[in-house]
Every structure is written in C-alpha cells, then in structure tokens.
Write a protein that binds this ligand. Structure first.
Ligand code: PLP
Length: 458
C-alpha cells in the first residue's frame, strides 16, 4: 500500500536523473526502504545485495554507526560554516590536510565541491584561470576520451562522451575534443597492450595538431578506468604513457578519480597503481561513502601557485554556498579513518575474490569478456564470442538483465549494450562476494533462455 501510493506520487512529481521520463512513468519507481552493510531492503521487504554500492559510492557499506555519529555530532556542534569571508570549520581544514597528506606527489591543495560534476566544472574554471595567469590564454582547448564520463554539468557533459548526455543539450562546445577510447576488447588495433598504448599516444598527438598544436591545448582528461562507459580498463602503462606525453607537451593532465578514488581499485587512489601524479585530480563518491554529498579537486602546488600569484589581491571568483560543508567534512574524516582501519584491506581481499569469481563465468556462452581491477568490474555479454556480437538491441538487454538480477536478489548496473557493471561496497564479506557471482550466473542462464537472445544466437 505504502509502496503503491509512493509509486503514484513519484510518477506524478519526481523527475529522475538519467531516465527515460515516459518509460519511468510506465515502469514505476522501486522504493528502497533501508540498508545495512551490503544489503538493501525494498519497500516490499525484499532483500538484495547491492553489487553497485548505490552509484559506485557507498564504499563503507550502509548503516555504519560511526559515520552516522560523526554527522550528527557535527550537526549539533556547527551545522554550517561558510568558507567565504576568510572563515572555516575544523573538519574542513582537517579533511583538506588529511587528503593532501595522502594524495600522490605535490597534490597539496584541496578545493571542496558538492559532488563529482562540480569538481570537474571547477577544474575547467581553474585551468582556464591558470593558463591566463601564466600568460597563455590561447591554451583554451580541452581533450577527453570517447566513452568517458565527466559528469552532467553543462561543461562536464561536453567533456563526457556518452551520446545521451549530448543529444538535445547543445554540447560538446567547440573547444571540447575527443580521442578514441583504449577499449581493448573492441579496439581496432587489437588488444595487445603496446599497440593500444601506441594508438592512444598517436591519437592524442594527432588531436593536439588538429586543434592548432600544444600551444592551444589547456588540458587532457581521463579516468584511470573508464566507469560509465562500461568499466573499460586500460592496459598497464597506459595512464603513465598518457601522463608523460601531456607533461612533454605542457598540457595539464587531469585524472578523474570520482569512481576510482578511495579504494575502489585497491589503493586510496588509482593513480597510485601506476605511480603517476596528475596536475589535478577530481574525487567525490567514496570521499564521503555516499552518506552526504561532497567532492574535492586536488590541485598541485605548482598550479595553485600560478593561480594565487596571478590573482594577486583580487578574489578568485569561484565558490559555492556548500563548499566544504562541515557535516560532509566530518563524514569524510570518519570515512577516511575507516578506510585505514581495515576497509581498504578488506576491499583488496574482496576485490581479488570478486575478480576470480567473475572470471569463473568466462565459460558461459554469453560472456565475451570479464574485466576490472579490485572492486570495480564488468562482464561484457555477446551472442557470438568470435565475432563479439553485442546482445540484440531489440531485447532491451540492459533493462531485462537488470530486472532478472533484481529478481535474483542482486543490484548491478546494466549498461545499454549488455555490459554488467560491478562496484560492491568494500566491506563485503566473502559470502556476499560469492553470492554476487552465483546470482550473476543465474541471471546469465535466464538471459540465455530469453527467446530474443536465443534467436540472435541461432
Ligand atoms: N566523473 C566521473 C568519472 C564519474 O563517474 C561521475 C559520476 O559518476 C562524475 C564525474 C560526476 O559525479 P556526480 O554524479 O557526483 O556529479
């Protein structure tokens, strides 16, 4: 009953993010009621393992009392403090310092945002300012990667390269350019790591030339693992090679770690996997484990100094009412403590088990590729392994697979072309990881029995 009336209210009023509006009105909302650890309970009392940590964000798992207490205590003590007028709160100052201490290299400066999209937006503003301040205003072109996702603000959506974020929205802008993804499973140069790296380096050089040379290019953006494009893992050495080329060309390298940050791939930041230091890094999601909204731009001391000196006594006009919100910062501090008191460690063990478990599905007739690192993984489905034929679009693979997994007690992300995405909370137990794999196998078996899929395989 409760659920029925909520479905009607939702249908009539709530505009959902990234949804087919008419499709959602017809399907109706699935109401979530509560969650603990890695298990969520819906309004009907159905229990599901959250194999996607909400939206790749609830790294610490749900219902962690110490996080709840940190937020409640901060609300009682000082519910709000602005960073304007030279003011600040203790948790915001401490969180900035703690992040700077743990971030790679000279990423010593931290700018707090409300999430990932405005973190990306902030980098674009800072980078334009930086290039102006160092006397290179003509460096105003930005390059990112096909299948990349950099948020849903107007500027970030233009750096994003997923069709739904462009169609009808008038982006990308003419200063936003793309190079092909490394997507090793479907790369025209094949999957050999050296060939893929060489192709990406050549593509970046060619794009730089095309837009007028390095003296026109401000920055290059990439995710250490492309998330929303289908969990596309570059070959080892790819991120370092791209970073080095950017340094050589005097192009700022921005690592978008909104998904990969905070233990998702094993270390605190995925950049550590290749020992690289970006000029700027964007983070969000795992920063507060999704309990409250917050993002952060980590900026190198070098970039910061150019902006600081360039602005002189004038204010750098970039800020939000909720920048460095003290409640979010208090949550961030507690979440950081949890990472270092077992959560990262558990995530590494669980990640190895998840990858091994998913790889055991490789012999399934529908599984074309299993890929991932740590607690970030994908299973790409095909109807013909040799030809790598995607599932038939007519079978609405994403929705049907999502629904089957849901009915099997598992929440995963199902990307449009039949790629299953996994990003479970780092607190998952071995039994929960095994259940994710088992429920996936059942979901694959049911998908194999789908008449549209069978027809495509015949
Ligand atoms: N950048 C990346 C790599 C992301 O995956 C996301 C969100 O998924 C964003 C930016 C945008 O973050 P938010 O949804 O918090 O605005």
């Amino acid at each position: 009953m409760l659920s029925n009336s909520l479905i009607e209210l939702d249908r009539d009023h709530w505009i959902h993010p990234v949804a087919s509006y008419r499709g959602h009105e017809k399907a109706g909302v699935r109401v979530l009621r509560s969650a603990k650890g890695a298990t969520i309970t819906d309004a009907e009392g159905r229990q599901l393992i959250d194999g996607f940590a909400g939206l790749w964000c609830v790294n610490a798992g749900y219902g962690q009392e110490s996080i709840v207490e940190a937020a409640a205590n901060q609300m009682r003590e000082l519910a709000y403090a602005t960073g304007y007028f030279g003011l600040g709160s203790e948790p915001a100052i401490r969180l900035a310092a703690e992040l700077a201490e743990r971030a790679p290299g000279d990423l010593k400066r931290v700018y707090f945002t409300l999430g990932g999209s405005d973190a990306v937006d902030s980098t674009v503003r800072f980078i334009r300012y930086y290039q102006q301040a160092r006397g290179k205003p003509q460096k105003d072109q930005f390059i990112s990667i096909e299948q990349g996702y950099h948020g849903s603000s107007t500027v970030g959506a233009g750096l994003t390269a997923l069709p739904a974020f462009h169609a009808g929205f008038g982006v990308p802008y003419d200063w936003q350019h793309k190079i092909p993804s490394h997507y090793t499973y479907r790369n025209p140069v094949g999957s050999d790591p050296a060939a893929v790296i060489a192709a990406s380096l050549a593509a970046l050089k060619a794009k730089v030339d095309e837009v007028g040379g390095a003296e026109r290019v401000a920055a290059f953006y990439c995710e250490p693992i492309q998330g929303s494009g289908g969990v596309l893992v570059p070959p080892p050495g790819w991120v370092k090679a791209m970073r080095d080329l950017c340094a050589e060309l005097d192009i700022l390298f921005v690592a978008d770690e909104v998904i990969t940050g905070f233990g998702r791939t094993g270390p605190l930041f995925a950049c550590e996997d290749e020992g690289i230091v970006p000029d700027l890094m964007t983070t969000a999601k795992g920063l507060t484990s999704g309990y409250v909204p917050m993002g952060a731009v980590l900026m190198s001391q070098k970039v910061y100094d150019v902006i600081a000196d360039g602005s002189g006594a004038a204010a750098v006009g970039h800020g939000y009412t909720y920048s460095a919100h003290p409640v979010s910062a208090a949550v961030g501090l507690e979440v950081l403590r949890l990472y270092e008191n077992g959560l990262l460690e558990n995530g590494r063990k669980a990640g190895a088990r998840l990858m091994a478990g998913l790889e055991s599905l490789s012999d399934h007739p529908l599984v074309g590729e299993v890929r991932g690192r740590g607690m970030l993984a994908a299973v790409e489905l095909v109807t013909d392994k040799a030809k790598k034929t995607p599932l038939p679009a007519a079978s609405a693979p994403a929705q049907r697979v999502f629904d089957r997994a849901w009915n099997n007690g598992l929440v995963i992300r199902a990307f449009g072309n039949g790629v299953l995405g996994y990003a479970p909370p780092l607190c998952c137990t071995e039994a929960e990881i095994d259940a994710i794999v088992e429920r996936t196998r059942k979901t694959l078996d049911e998908t194999l029995a789908d008449p549209d899929v069978r027809a495509a395989m015949a």
